[in-house]
Design a protein around this ligand. Structure first.
Ligand SMILES: Nc1ncnc2c1ncn2[C@@H]1O[C@H](COP(=O)(O)OP(=O)(O)OP(=O)(O)O)[C@@H](O)[C@H]1O
Ligand SMILES: [Mg+2]
Length: 325
């Protein structure tokens, strides 16, 4: 009897502790902060105006950003930008904003409107796990596998530089295949940060993909980069890794040599791609046409989820419309 009363008391105190902590953190996030608006919808969407990172903004000079995914804009944000431009921070801040909103806290934004997500699935950073016999690349793939298995049109998926754990070409191929699966079949709200320019080329016409980048200004002569930390439409012009190496204090001889190698590599890659490009339709889209032919001939049965089939048809329809005759 005594034990039961104590347990109830502990539960009540724990709940109060939680509520006080939420209230206190809501007060600590500064201005502007807002109470989010929730909307009932078949698939999730998020719309934050002037969202800030709840921890980083305490530094004082944090640049807020408008973050929108789904509803009347593409469900997948393909995010590019130089090293150190703020991509990972932007994605972490988005996940934190959604968690805070769904926890019942105030959100560090001017305005927040969302259809709730059922899960947040992430693949960020690089680490290994000796005890489960997993290398860095294996951990990356395990997490990616979980995302592809569990994500639904109501999930939020964050993928930060998928594919960097292996050779450039295999990395690009895996990133491209995963992005295609998310954008054409899974349809989860997704932020996909990458330094692979082939992705932005191959998915240029995909109606679910919105190309965004973190704005920077470059001074090529002084090898200087100015980070504006603003999330804007379009594709970044490069990763400027050698500029960042210069900024980090890598000896100038090494930076200059790296620049020569980088230019040489980029040129070879461009030549290779030009040789390979025999069709206007990227290989990844050709696979979708093959899927439709099989569907029409009865070789495979339609997806159990009619929403997915409809979206695939919409994407192909849009793609055909965009092709020059
Ligand atoms: N919106 C912002 N306002 C002010 N500072 C920011 C903002 N976003 C990021 N920063 C600062 O820039 C640093 C680098 O950001 P981040 O790690 O997100 O870059 P990144 O684009 O992911 O780089 P990489 O490609 O090397 O992974 C952060 O540690 C943070 O201090
Ligand atoms: Mg990063």
């Amino acid at each position: 009897m005594d034990r039961a009363i104590w347990l109830r008391a502990v539960k009540v105190v724990a709940e109060l502790d939680c509520l006080f902590s939420l209230a206190k953190s809501s007060m600590a996030i500064g201005e502007p902060a807002c109470r989010p608006t929730f909307v009932e919808s078949e698939s999730a969407f998020i719309d934050f105006e002037e969202l800030r990172h709840p921890a980083l903004h305490l530094k004082g000079d944090f640049i807020p950003n408008d973050v929108r995914l789904g509803a009347d804009v593409g469900r997948i944000m393909l995010l590019t930008g130089p090293n150190m431009a703020g991509k990972s921070t932007m994605m972490r801040m988005t996940a934190a904003g959604v968690i805070m909103a769904q926890l019942g806290m105030l959100v560090p934004a001017k305005r927040a409107r969302l259809a709730p997500v059922d899960s947040i699935l992430t693949r960020m950073g690089a680490y290994d796990n000796m005890f489960s016999n997993s290398s860095t690349f294996k951990v990356e793939l395990d997490e990616c596998c979980k995302i592809l298995r569990d994500a639904t049109p109501k999930s939020l998926v964050i993928l930060d530089e998928l594919g960097r754990g292996t050779s450039t070409f295999d990395g690009m191929a895996i990133a491209e295949a995963v992005l295609h699966e998310l954008a054409t079949h899974t349809l989860a709200l997704s932020c996909f940060a990458t330094h692979y320019s082939t992705l932005t080329d191959d998915f240029a016409h995909h109606p679910n993909i919105r190309n965004m980048h973190m704005q920077t200004m470059v001074d090529d002569d002084k090898k200087e980069l100015l980070f504006l930390y603003k999330l804007v439409e379009g594709i970044a012009t490069g990763s400027f890794g050698t500029h960042v190496a210069n900024l980090a204090g890598v000896p100038i001889d090494v930076v200059t040599r790296a620049e020569t190698i980088s230019k040489d590599f980029a040129q070879k890659l461009q030549e290779k791609q030009a040789q390979k490009k025999r069709s206007n339709i990227p290989l990844i889209m050709q696979a979708d046409f093959a899927y439709l032919v099989k569907l029409a001939s009865g070789a495979i049965s339609p997806d159990a989820n009619p929403h997915k089939t409809l979206e695939t048809l919409k994407i192909l329809n849009q793609f055909v419309k965009n092709q020059p005759l």
